[in-house]
Structure formats: C-alpha cells, structure tokens
Design a protein around this ligand. Structure first.
Ligand code: FAD
Length: 248
C-alpha cells in the first residue's frame, strides 16, 4: 500500500495577454501579470506610466496589492493539478467558493491505494506502523466490501454493478485516502486561500499544500505573489503570510 507525505502540484494553465494593437501599452512581464496591469491602467488610461515607482510590472502589482485594488488580479487565472493530497484536505479546500474544481471520482475510479500520512505520524516509527496497519485493514475491508456488494448485485449489468459497489465501499475509506484535483482560480482568489491557510492556525497538511501552491504560482506569476513571505516556525513547520495586506 502506497503512503506519501508530500503533495505534487503542477501549474497546467495560466492566462495569456494579447495587447490591443491600437493601445500604447508595454510592460516587462507577460501573461496574467501583464493582463492585470493592463486592466489597472485601463481604469485611468495611464499607459505612459507617469509614476516611476510603478513603471515596472512588479512595482505596479505591488502598488495594486498595497492599496487593495485587488479586483484587477481577478482577470488573470491559474490552474493547478494537485496530487498526493488527502481527501480530508480537499474537503477543506473546496469550501473556497471562488475557485473551480474537478476531482477524481471515487465512484468511477477504483480507490487510490495510497494514503497520505500526516507529518507527526510519518516522523514517528511507532505511529507510522500504527497508521500503516490501520490503513491496510481499511483497504482490506474495502476490497471485501467490493466483492460482497458485487456478488449481491449479480443481477445488475457489469459496469453499473462495479460503480454501485465502489460508491458504497468507498464510504468506509478514511480522510487520509489520497486524491487528486484540478483547481482553477483567479489570482485574487488564490491569494485569499494562501492567506487563509498559510497561517499557523491552519491544518498542517493544508498549510503545506497552500505553501506549495504559492511556490508554483510564483514560478508563473511572481509579481502577483511577491509580498508573501514563507517563514520557518520554531518546530520546523513553515507558514506563509503577507505583510502588505489583509485579504478580503
Ligand atoms: C484556520 C481555519 C479554521 C477553520 N475551521 C473551520 C471549522 O471548524 N468548521 C468549518 O465549517 N469551517 C472551518 N473553516 C473554513 C472557513 O469557515 C471557510 O468556510 C473557508 O475558509 C472558506 O473561506 P471563506 O468563507 O472566507 O470564503 P471563500 O469562499 O474563500 O470566499 C472568499 C471571500 O468572498 C466573500 N464571500 C464568499 N461567499 C460569500 C457569501 N455568500 N456572502 C458574502 N461574502 C462572501 C467573503 O469575503 C469571503 O471571505 C476554517 C478555516 C480556517 C482558515
């Protein structure tokens, strides 16, 4: 039975920007960052960049974030493909209403054999053994339930029978079962989620997940997330926060 502790997060889509030919707009970034700057400058037709402090894309987006003109970040989106996280964590993630989700179906796909091991368990041999044994028993019960339900539904057509068996048997699986999810959000919504769950008050797995999301988003849209700081807590865990704004 596979067990894992670190999520895999890939950026699979971001916004592109197509500058209109008749507008004298130029900037030193592309994609969603250029799009957000364009949207902001369009409010004032400030194409000539009169303020030197905001003449770069980084300076402009920093100013946008400082003054809370965050709506311009809503024009740009990023899609992340998240794997190796627990169903428990995605249950919390999907509470955020401004992100869009497509998650692995537990009714159509046989249960992921991997379980995500929480950090305090993974770092202790006895606890890891206890967790592993419990996960193994659950998995075995799942398999037995599948077989038993399929036998009882022998009069039902094959594919429908398996689906009904899976959807019933998966209810037994714990929150630690692995899952995968495609998540799309505009940059403002991603910032809100990172700010909400980057703190020490958040669930450990979710906090690590949003920090990983932050790292990936910074790879494609660094200026929209430059104000976030990742710091080490005394016990070795990490947290992320922005000194510039409180997200709203
Ligand atoms: C540390 C922590 C502990 C938590 N503990 C629990 C818990 O014990 N139990 C529990 O059930 N949940 C818990 N949550 C989840 C939390 O209550 C939220 O459901 C979740 O974080 C989604 O965030 P949000 O409500 O800010 O809205 P989002 O959906 O992320 O929306 C972002 C913002 O848009 C605005 N907005 C969105 N929808 C509306 C609306 N309908 N009306 C008005 N404004 C809106 C709000 O300003 C909101 O903050 C916890 C969250 C955190 C960060």
């Amino acid at each position: 039975m596979g067990e894992q502790t670190t999520p895999q997060v890939d950026v699979i889509a971001t916004s592109s920007f197509i500058p209109p030919a008749d507008v004298p707009f130029e900037t030193d970034a592309g994609g969603g960052q250029a799009l957000a700057e364009f949207a902001g400058r369009a409010c004032y037709r400030s194409w000539d960049k009169p303020n030197r402090r905001t003449a770069t894309n980084a300076g402009y987006l920093r100013h946008v974030i400082e003054v809370g003109h965050l709506a311009v970040l809503e024009h740009a989106t990023a899609t992340l493909y998240i794997r190796g996280v627990s169903r428990s964590v995605t249950h919390e993630l999907v509470r955020h209403r401004h992100l869009s989700y497509s998650q692995l179906s537990q009714r159509h796909v046989i249960a992921d054999p991997s379980f995500v091991v929480p950090d305090p368990v993974a770092s202790d041999e006895d606890l890891a053994d206890l967790f592993s044994a419990a996960a193994g028993k659950t998995r075995q019960a799942y398999d037995e339930l599948m077989t038993g339900i399929e036998q009882r539904l022998s009069g039902t057509e094959g594919a429908a029978r398996s689906k009904r068996a899976r959807q019933a048997a998966q209810t037994l699986l714990p929150g630690a079962r692995g899952t995968e999810i495609v998540v799309t959000g505009n940059l403002r919504a991603w910032r809100q989620v990172i700010a909400a769950h980057g703190s020490d008050a958040s669930d450990d797995e979710l906090r690590e997940l949003v920090i990983t999301c932050l790292e990936r988003l910074r790879g494609s849209e660094p200026n929209a997330f430059a104000d976030f700081v990742v710091t080490d807590l005394p016990d070795g865990r990490r947290m992320a926060s922005s000194a510039l704004v409180t997200e709203a």
